[in-house]
Design a binder for this molecule. Structure first.
Ligand SMILES: Cc1cc2nc3c(=O)[nH]c(=O)nc-3n(C[C@H](O)[C@H](O)[C@H](O)COP(=O)(O)OP(=O)(O)OC[C@H]3O[C@@H](n4cnc5c(N)ncnc54)[C@H](O)[C@@H]3O)c2cc1C
Length: 464
């Protein structure tokens, strides 16, 4: 029997992929409801994704198909996404939307972009800000990328390491930027151009459908507060129970789980190096028309939210007829509390020229929204992960693995981890039957990443 800490997408998808195997899992979720960030709430007929706007997309066709299949009925969209830029709406991504700017501005951007391209002396970028300047030039960086990302991250972009960019932000095709500068429309971030959304129930539908397809025992309102382990087992303690397992997969925040094991000075020192950005989401039920956009990025400092999503344009079932569901996302530091978020969002909407008739409002706070990749975090993340793995706890998911994962990344990792656990379980059973045989060496050589982790854990227990 294994335990899974956390009933968000990572915990549930892992459990789903372990179905029909010999491995029995039990889930512990701190909240009253499953879903983590992927919760949706219905208020007076308006559905809001309370953890912020979530769409289903992936550049991995197989993963995308699997997520859609489990979700059930979905609506497909071609992204209609804009940036609120100097009182106008410019198509997103900015570098592809330049064609919508006046000729003189387009020329300025073009000139700067070309100058940057042919620059002879180049020092490799060492942080996010330098990467923006190196890839996009000064004009695109200072008009949009810098202000928007400063607002999202709430810190100097020179403090964000390049790890965040790796495999996440593709370098834009130069030809697209040149075309855009001379007035020809192009599309960027093609893997997200087409997206899917549940027809009914908001993004939580994916979570509910996963839950319908798993048999794992689920313990709600049971935060794991303490963990202990020895050679043979891991003991997890909540307010209500104390139970032991062969090993544990944790999707709860990495540093919190390490501290649940050991709040010594050393672990505390590493844990303190991990930073997150928090999120306040404001949901508004609106009477009347909304613009025909999916969402808008708002880099402007004087407007409190950084993104505004028109959920009723994702699916008509998100609000009653003649009304609309809209959410605004406010990213902020973990220790910052946003006072009067609803009033401030409505002020921001006025500033953008939207005079909506608001009939429903609510706000939600999320301590864990974005892991911050600053320069000090990667060594600390490795230390904390090693510490847990040695104690038979496998970190997994966005905050468990301390990785900026979207849903497709979580899904893929869950699938891989489940396959590894199943394969290793089979291998170890075989090894147990033929204890001391050559099998041990063979399987050891084939292991990588998570496979290594699980083999280590199971070997520690199963092998003579
Ligand atoms: C604003 C925003 C928008 C996003 N939009 C998209 C999008 O459009 N498309 C996309 O693909 N991805 C998107 N994502 C990413 C997506 O939300 C994540 O990939 C996914 O939800 C991560 O799931 P998780 O299970 O790893 O983490 P979580 O959702 O955080 O789940 C972790 C769970 O663990 C529980 N837990 C924590 N501590 C304990 C404990 N001690 N004991 C027991 N339980 C505990 C928590 O309550 C929670 O339920 C977005 C993220 C954000 C913040």
């Amino acid at each position: 029997m294994i335990a899974i800490i956390g009933g968000g997408l990572a915990g549930l998808s892992l459990s789903y992929f372990l179905e029909n195997s010999k491995i029995k899992a039990e889930i512990f979720e701190a909240e009253k409801r499953l879903g983590g960030l992927m919760k949706s709430e219905v208020i007076d007929g308006f559905t809001f994704d309370s953890g912020g706007s979530h769409i289903i997309f992936s550049n991995n066709g197989k993963i995308l198909r699997e997520m859609i299949e489990i979700t059930g009925n979905v609506v497909m969209h071609l992204r209609r996404t804009y940036i609120y830029y100097e009182g106008k709406y410019v198509k997103y991504p900015f570098e592809n939307g330049i064609y919508m700017l006046p000729e003189s501005e387009r020329f300025k951007i073009l000139w700067d972009f070309v100058e940057n391209l042919i620059k002879k002396e180049r020092k490799p970028p060492e942080n996010l800000l330098e990467w923006f300047y190196a890839v996009f030039g000064k004009e695109i960086t200072e008009r949009y990328l810098k202000p928007y990302n400063e607002k999202l991250w709430g810190r100097d972009l020179a403090d964000i390491s390049l790890e965040w960019v790796k495999n996440r932000v593709p370098n834009p095709p130069i030809v697209d930027i040149l075309k855009s500068c001379v007035g020809i429309p192009t599309e960027g971030y093609k893997h997200q151009l087409r997206f899917y959304y549940p027809l009914k129930g908001g993004i939580e539908t994916l979570i509910r459908r996963l839950n319908d397809n798993i048999n794992a025992k689920i313990n709600l309102s049971q935060k794991v507060k303490r963990i202990e382990s020895d050679e043979d087992r891991v003991i997890i303690k909540t307010k209500k129970v104390e139970k032991e397992y062969e090993f544990v997969i944790s999707t709860a925040p990495l540093h919190e789980i390490a501290l649940a094991f050991d709040d010594s000075k050393e672990i505390r020192r590493e844990a303190n190096k991990l930073e997150v950005n928090s999120l306040t989401v404001v949901g508004l039920g609106i009477k009347g028309e909304i613009p025909d956009f999916h969402w808008i990025y708002v880099p402007n400092k004087e407007i409190i939210f950084h993104r505004l999503a028109f959920l009723s344009n994702y699916s008509p079932f998100m609000s009653p007829e003649g009304y609309a569901s809209v959410i605004a996302e406010i990213s902020h530091k973990a220790d910052e509390k946003i006072r009067d978020p609803i009033e401030k969002v409505i002020d921001g909407l006025y500033e953008m020229g939207f005079d909506f008739d608001v009939v429903v409002d609510k706000s939600w706070e999320w301590k864990y929204a974005y892991v911050v990749y600053d320069h000090k975090c990667s060594k600390a993340v490795k230390k904390l992960k090693d510490f847990l793995i040695e104690r038979k706890v496998i970190p997994h998911g966005r905050f468990g693995g301390w990785d900026y994962l979207n849903m497709d990344g979580v899904w893929e990792k869950s699938k891989k981890l489940a396959e590894v656990i199943k394969r290793v379980q089979d291998t170890n059973e075989r090894i147990a039957r033929r204890s001391g045989s050559k099998d041990r060496g063979e399987s050891g050589n084939r292991c990588k990443d998570e496979e290594d982790i699980v083999i280590k854990i199971i070997r520690a227990k199963d092998l003579p």
